[in-house]
Design a protein around this ligand. Structure first.
Ligand code: GDP
Ligand code: MG
Length: 243
């Protein structure tokens, strides 16, 4: 184990069908959570784990660190059902036992164009009671310039909360039109900025302690991030050995 590892718990919440499980898959970069239309697909809280090598700064000014991310894919809210009360209790148990960085990602479907008072109520109470920050995520939003009215309503109900719009997975429309996925990087940056332990981790300390074998694993896992990998190697001054 590397002693600079950090843990981050993400609680993904929102009504059934808003795209919670799709968001989980986008963060995991793998289709681990079943998704679907109609009846709730996720029947009880599911926990997923991923260990990621992340750069919490936009400009590479800090050294990337390892983060264990635990994603809690929660049961969809049917706002006034007993099931919701049960699933909220289950979720609170998880929140109570957590002493790590955490963030609630509350999903609202762009297509529904509605954010209800009761949702705001539940979200603020949970966040205050467990001292966990939240971000409201407008899901299935075709473009970041869309959904202004919904965003305004959410901010009014939640006192200027952070609202991020995403399309977690590309959307294929009839006639072959494809709406590309976007917003995940912005969302991740916002999550990290709210994570106290991660933001305050000491970059100088962690720079020396990332072992070479972990860097190799990172290259294997994140092939897309070649550029970042080579910058890391340069930081590590072990470029030749890794090649
Ligand atoms: N194309 C696309 N479809 C999405 C997106 N988010 C959700 N969906 C679709 O919306 C439906 C419900 O999504 P799901 O993640 O199962 O919702 P959950 O009940 O909140 O977990 C599924 O058919 C998903 O494929 C997205 O970002 N892009
Ligand atoms: Mg689901």
């Amino acid at each position: 184990m590397i002693n600079q590892d950090k843990t981050l718990n993400l609680y993904i919440m929102g009504k059934t069908g808003v795209g919670k499980s799709t968001l989980v898959n986008a963060i995991m970069e793998d289709d681990v959570a079943p998704t679907g239309t109609g009846l709730p697909v996720t029947k009880e809280i599911q926990r997923y784990h991923i260990k990621k090598f992340v750069d919490v700064s936009k400009d590479m000014s800090t050294t990337p660190i390892f983060i264990h991310i635990y994603l809690y894919d929660t049961v969809g809210f049917e706002l006034y059902s007993n099931n919701t009360d049960k699933s909220l209790n289950d979720l609170e148990k998880e929140m109570k036992n957590s002493h790590d960085d955490a963030c609630i990602l509350y999903c609202v479907d762009y297509e529904s164009r509605r954010f209800e008072e009761r949702e705001a109520d539940i979200l603020t109470k949970l966040s205050e009671k467990h001292n966990i920050p939240f971000i409201v995520v407008i899901t299935k939003c075709p473009d970041s310039s869309e959904g202004r009215k919904l965003e305004k309503q959410i901010k009014a109900d939640l006192h200027k909360a952070d609202v991020i719009k995403i399309m977690a997975k590309e959307q294929c429309l009839r006639g072959g039109v494809v709406i590309p996925a976007y917003g995940m990087d912005t969302l991740k940056e916002k999550i990290y900025s709210k994570s106290k332990n991660i933001v305050t981790s000491n970059p100088e300390k962690s720079r020396k302690k990332i072992p070479l074998r972990e860097l190799k694993k990172y290259r294997h896992r994140e092939k897309k991030s070649q550029k970042k990998f080579f910058i890391l190697c340069a930081l590590h001054k072990n470029k030749r050995q890794i090649k």
